[in-house]
Design a protein around this ligand. Structure first.
Ligand code: PEP
Ligand code: MG
Length: 915
């Protein structure tokens, strides 16, 4: 039961503010949508009886209201509800905001439903002004502490609310510049060496800088400060970096953020105070150890901002065993309660511990699988939950390349190891140095691999971080902005590399102990697993998991990574309903796919077989043939090649099903373009150059993707499918005679009307029967079609009467369904995504509302007339987790994707099955 003075509000009108205090809160962890993650978990920790400073949360509904009503608040919120909530907090704390003798100070923090580290705004020490600072000095008996708080408050408020910011990424923060100048003038290095007088001067200089730049006085009235800070927090929901972050992480704009107002506790009261951030397990490797860092005599932002390099949490054990033991106990309680790895923030005020935040911790893909696996082993979660804990895309990190060991050892023995920093994001990256996020984006757009090198990163750098292969920072710990964001993006990251000296203005990187000066564009290699920074380029090589899968490497098979990966694959196999096939055309691809767990081939694009060796000449001869006889002669030359192709593929696949698609692309795609190549071809096929040029010209089409391609080719030139079907069936008979139970699935592309499938089906059956008679062998083959033209999707009931299977070609179905050329959409899709017309690229993740609807209609109507119809997907979206989940909901039999996506597809299918 709510017990606060806000009861009245809760019963008579909509509740917008929820209070929390140690031992009791109006909210709990289930109320994330309303209170944001931070607010809900503060309430939960308070309910658990953990030491949480009291406060209140203004709900996300206020944020939504704010944006829906021209940046105004619900009526009465600022005038009545907020003052009431404040009064309740003041009475709990026994202090008043703005009281010159004993002021209440508060923090004001954002907190959305999903955590968005560092993307939105926070203000600490609110309530200080020229009068209350004296009261705080008096009460704490520590004037230096009081003025340090005030200095920090003016800096944060000036930045966040009054918006005095760096001119651009190449300039330092204006407040930091003033601070650096002060330290230089005083001949000191650390902020902690500033005395009370310095801090007083700094407050004056900061305020003057704000006035000069904005024309506005710093507000002295604490209530005005509070309203300004709340406005800034809600305003920060729509700042550029938050919007970019939301896009990258698929967080919808309408969620809004909550705003948490909480009594301050102080980590900067002297050497018996401090602050820290920690994870209940290692967020980089997943190891079950207490992992984090802290700083004594510091406030929260000092640890994350990376301006001072913090100490590992284990040092706290020696420094303050009692606090460490209490913290370690809270760590265990939180893990038992939440049954997950948690990320916590704490402050020690004069030897007393306070919990400021807890949330499910961000982790690398490697850590995610290890933590889920070990928590299952420890009995905290079951295997279903373990599967649901893994974002399938995280498995990509287990398949990520590492440095070629020999090359790396050689680089180190050549003295190219430059420095060591914190191994904040595992993996190997090599690329060209860029010193700004903007440059990183530009260079990466030119197709270069980039290493972003910064003194420290800030949320403004997010786009550049996304573009870079790896991130290297001079300052900051394992929980600095660079480290957190890089891990979440799955980027290689080395943080806190103190030996670096970066000169943004000159565009130079100097490294202590190294003579070489590195400039923009020079190569650098980062080993994010060990923290080593190495000069020059180093080739990367596949991960242990890839080693085991591709080469059966027995040493790699002993590794923990492989063991855990393998266990997840087995769990996924237990629960998934969808079969997982692969798109492959060559025996070696098929072998890789089987090693990754493919259960069949969902798409063999036969055109890829035509480019090898001298067979392309016969293909071209066939295409340029003037008469059926000429064409047949050329096709006869191709037959043995195709037969061998299919034999190789069937052999690699054993008894697994193989879907072979008949020739699909426009014929001109096979023809030469260079003059010398055309001359060469004219000699080889013994046709005058002019004639060759004329025939090539005749094949030209205005819109080839909608021209003579797919089944239309076989209807005009039946001898082409006839040759391919003969090759398929002859290879199948040979395999059958060798004792394998092959079931070739012959697939007709680009069907839009049932008549096309009927005619092509007749050709297929005629040749198949003929070959089986010649070979005296029975083959259980299937005939089916791609569904990749909208009309085929809408008339699937008729088409299914002549097909044993459908495979959704969602590349073409998207292209034709949206009327967007798959080859040209790159020009406008990024803009479409920026404008939120599309949330994701429909060529990567299925447009479920439109193209998905076509699939749904097709699957329903197809199964109505042919209940045994087998259904699959073979477009690129078949390897995308969201699409896989959709395919599961449609009841498809399988998805088909590239070999390296199979583990991701398996996990996605298992998660879909587990709901
Ligand atoms: C498709 O269109 O989805 C498909 C798989 O075929 P292709 O990409 O070869 O056109
Ligand atoms: Mg297609």
């Amino acid at each position: 039961m709510p017990t606060s003075s806000l009861d009245l509000q809760a019963t008579s009108e909509k509740q917008y503010i929820y209070t929390f205090t140690e031992g009791g809160a109006e909210g709990d962890a289930t109320m994330k949508n309303l209170l944001g993650g931070k607010g809900a978990n503060l309430a939960e920790m308070a309910n658990l009886g953990l030491p949480v400073p009291p406060g209140f949360t203004i709900s996300t509904e206020v944020c939504t209201y704010y944006y829906e009503h021209g940046k105004t608040y619900p009526s009465g919120l600022l005038e009545k509800t907020l003052p009431e909530a404040l009064a309740s907090l003041e009475s709990t704390m026994g202090k008043k905001l703005g009281d010159p003798d004993d002021p209440l100070l508060v923090s004001v923090r954002s907190g959305a439903r999903a955590s968005m580290p560092g993307m939105m705004d926070t203000i600490l020490n609110l309530g200080l002004n020229d009068r209350t600072v004296e009261g705080l000095a008096e009460r704490s008996g520590n004037p230096r502490f009081a003025w340090d708080c005030y200095r920090r408050f003016v800096q944060m408020y000036g930045d966040v609310v009054m918006e005095l910011k760096p001119v651009d990424a190449r300039h330092e923060d204006p407040f930091e510049e003033i601070l650096d100048r002060k330290k230089a003038a005083r001949g000191i290095e650390l902020d902690t060496e500033l005395d009370t007088n310095d801090l007083k001067e700094l407050v004056g200089e900061y305020k003057q800088a704000i006035l000069d730049a904005t024309g506005m006085e710093f507000p002295e009235d604490p209530l005005e400060q509070l309203k300004g800070a709340i406005g800034a927090v809600f305003g920060s929901w729509n700042n550029e970096r938050a919007i970019i972050y939301r896009k990258l992480n698929h967080i919808p704009g309408y969620w809004g953020t909550a705003c948490n107002v909480q009594a301050m506790v102080f980590g900067n009261m002297g050497e018996s105070s401090g602050t820290g951030v920690a994870f209940t397990r290692d967020a980089a490797s997943g190891e079950n150890i207490f992992y984090g860092e802290y700083l004594m005599n510091a406030q929260g932002e000092d640890v994350v901002a990376g301006t001072r390099t913090p100490l590992p949490i284990t040092d706290l054990k020696a420094q303050n065993p009692a606090i460490y033991a209490q913290l370690d106990d809270i760590r265990m309680r939180l893990e038992q309660h939440y049954r997950d790895m948690m990320d916590i923030e704490f402050t020690i005020e004069n030897g007393r511990l306070f919990m400021l935040q807890c949330r499910v911790g961000k982790r690398t893909g490697l850590a995610a699988v290890r933590i889920a696996y070990e928590m299952q082993q420890e009995g905290l979660i079951d295997e279903k939950e373990a599967i649901l804990r893994i974002d399938p895309e995280q498995l990509v990190q287990l398949l990520k390349p590492v440095f070629d060991r020999q090359q790396k050892e050689a680089a180190i023995s050549e003295g190219r190891l430059l420095a060591k920093g914190l191994n904040a994001g595992p993996g190997a990256a090599t690329g060209k140095i860029c010193f700004s996020a903007q440059d990183a984006r530009e260079l990466s757009d030119q197709g270069e691999q980039v290493i972003l090198v910064r003194i420290e990163t800030s949320p403004e750098d997010i786009k550049g971080m996304a573009a870079a292969e790896g991130i290297l920072t001079q300052r900051g710990g394992m929980t600095s902005h660079a480290a957190l964001v890089a891990r979440q993006m799955g980027k290689v990251c080395i943080a806190g590399c103190g030996d670096l000296k970066i000169d943004y203005r000159k565009g130079e990187l100097h490294i202590n102990g190294a003579e070489q000066v590195f400039k923009e564009g020079d190569y650098l290699s980062l080993d994010g697993t060990t923290g080593e920074v190495i000069a020059g380029k180093i080739e990367t090589r596949s991960s242990e998991v890839i080693d085991v899968l591709e080469t059966g490497n027995s040493e790699a098979a002993m590794s923990e990574t492989w063991k855990i990966f393998n266990q997840f694959m087995r769990w996924a196999d237990t629960y998934r309903k969808l079969r997982i096939r692969t798109n492959a055309d060559q025996p070696d691809q098929a072998k890789t796919a089987i090693a990754f767990g493919a259960e069949g081939i969902g798409l063999c694009r036969t055109e890829h077989m035509f480019f090898g060796g001298d067979r392309i000449d016969s293909v071209r001869e066939m295409i340029l043939a003037d008469t059926r006889e000429e064409r047949k002669t050329a096709l006869e030359k191709l037959l043995p090649y195709q037969r061998e192709d299919f034999y190789g593929l069937f052999k690699a696949m054993g008894d697994r099903p193989v879907t072979i698609r008949l020739l699909d692309p426009p014929l001109h795609e096979f023809l030469p373009h260079e003059e010398t190549e055309i001359e060469d071809l004219s000699r080889k096929i013994n046709l005058p150059l002019q004639e060759v040029l004329q025939r090539i010209d005749n094949l030209r089409e205005s819109n080839p993707m909608l021209g003579l391609r797919g089944c239309r080719l076989g209807i005009l030139y039946p001898e082409i499918p006839a040759m391919q079907v003969r090759a398929i069936m002859e290879a199948a008979c040979r395999i059958r005679k060798e004792g394998h139970n092959i079931v070739p699935e012959i697939m007709v592309p680009l069907v839009s009307t049932v008549g096309e499938l009927e005619i092509t089906g007749e050709i297929i059956h005629k040749i198949a029967r003929r070959v089986m008679a010649e070979q005296e062998t029975g083959i259980n083959y299937l005939v089916g079609t791609m569904i990749e033209v909208p009309r085929a999707a809408l008339t699937s009931g008729d088409i299914a009467k002549h097909a044993e299977f459908f495979s959704y070609g969602t590349n073409d179905l998207t292209q034709m369904g949206l009327g967007m050329s798959r080859d040209d959409a790159g020009q406008f899709l990024p803009t479409y995504q920026n404008l939120d017309i599309f949330h994701t690229d429909p060529f990567c993740s299925l447009d479920q509302d439109g193209v998905g609807r076509l699939m749904k209609i097709s699957a329903m109507e197809g199964r109505k007339t042919n209940p045994d119809l087998k259904l699959g997907i073979c477009g690129e979206q078949g390897g995308d987790p969201a699409t896989i989940s959709f395919c599961h909901s449609l009841g498809l039999n399988y998805v088909s994707c590239s070999p390296y996506r199979i583990p991701i597809a398996k996990m996605a299918a298992a998660r879909a099955a587990l709901g």
